[in-house]
Design a protein around this ligand. Structure first.
Ligand code: IPE
Ligand code: IPE
Ligand code: MG
Length: 247
């Protein structure tokens, strides 16, 4: 096992790069607890890790980076923590958008956006407008998102369409379902990274992760740097994806 982490160029030379990387950014609270500081400090520190993940994915030519930013279940956290997370999100969108534009990054948000406060929705809209001319990597933020809610919303959308125009059972196939999800048009994630060691999906992209390669690290999200991403990608490149077939 090489101890030195590979550079983006070396990883690109090897070929077989993930087109879509998804990350469950976990462990901010534990990072803060280990330092005896409020959880909020962990969330703040996680911002640098987001920057690193974006830069690393851009350097590798990844097409889509999905970040699990706030789950529907996270609304059950104490009000103060939720408010702090929303404030950090708003500030991050405002303060990072120039750098995102410099990196030619586009922005998309998936989840129940109606659940978000107006200032947060405004910050998303402003950032999206700011990046409207960009043509590079898609940064896809999952916000007030859960996989089951996405499926529920997709079925409701199908029923609304059905009311206007009948849907024949024969029209319903995987492409039809995928086309009604928030991720319509995006490739499924090739690589899922979860930090802080938890071995679960926590209601993330239940449909899309069907054949995704998983890479779980004990590293806490605020400690995550580009070299961790490169390590995950190098590991991904060594794997044989069989999709149920032999060899
Ligand atoms: C991830 O860190 C951030 C969000 C889920 C919003 P956590 O806040 O879940 O950190 P831990 O899991 O308590 O360490
Ligand atoms: C998953 O992390 C959600 C996000 C990273 C946004 P959680 O910390 O909420 O997951 P659980 O509760 O440990 O499953
Ligand atoms: Mg957590």
């Amino acid at each position: 096992m090489p101890s030195r982490s590979l550079t983006p160029d070396e990883l690109i030379d090897r070929g077989n790069l993930p087109r879509h990387v998804a990350i469950i950014m976990d462990g901010n609270g534990r990072w803060a607890k280990a330092r005896g500081v409020p959880r909020l400090m962990g969330h703040r520190a996680g911002r640098e890790s987001v920057r690193e993940a974006v830069k690393g994915c851009v350097a590798l030519g990844v097409e889509v980076l999905t970040l699990y930013t706030f789950s529907i279940e996270n609304w059950k956290r104490p009000r103060r923590e939720v408010q702090a997370l929303m404030t950090i999100l708003r500030q991050t969108l405002r303060e990072e958008r120039e750098e995102l534009r410099r990196q030619n990054v586009r922005l998309q948000v998936i989840g129940r956006l109606d659940d978000l406060s107006e200032p947060v929705r405004d910050a998303i809209d402003e950032t999206r407008r700011h990046l409207a001319e960009c043509t590079g990597m898609l940064l896809n933020l999952a916000l007030s998102y859960s996989g089951r809610a996405e499926l529920v919303d997709a079925i409701a959308r199908m029923l609304r369409e059905q009311a206007r125009q009948p849907i024949a059972p024969a029209d319903v196939d995987e492409a039809f379902v995928a086309g009604h999800l928030a991720t319509a048009g995006l490739p499924d994630p090739d690589l899922l990274i979860r930090t802080s060691g938890e071995m679960r999906l926590s209601n993330f992209m239940l449909w899309q992760l069907a054949y995704t390669e998983l890479w779980i690290t004990g590293t806490l999200w605020p400690d995550f740097r580009r070299r961790h991403l490169y390590e995950a990608v190098a590991d991904f490149q060594r794997r044989e994806r069989r999709f149920g077939r032999v060899d």
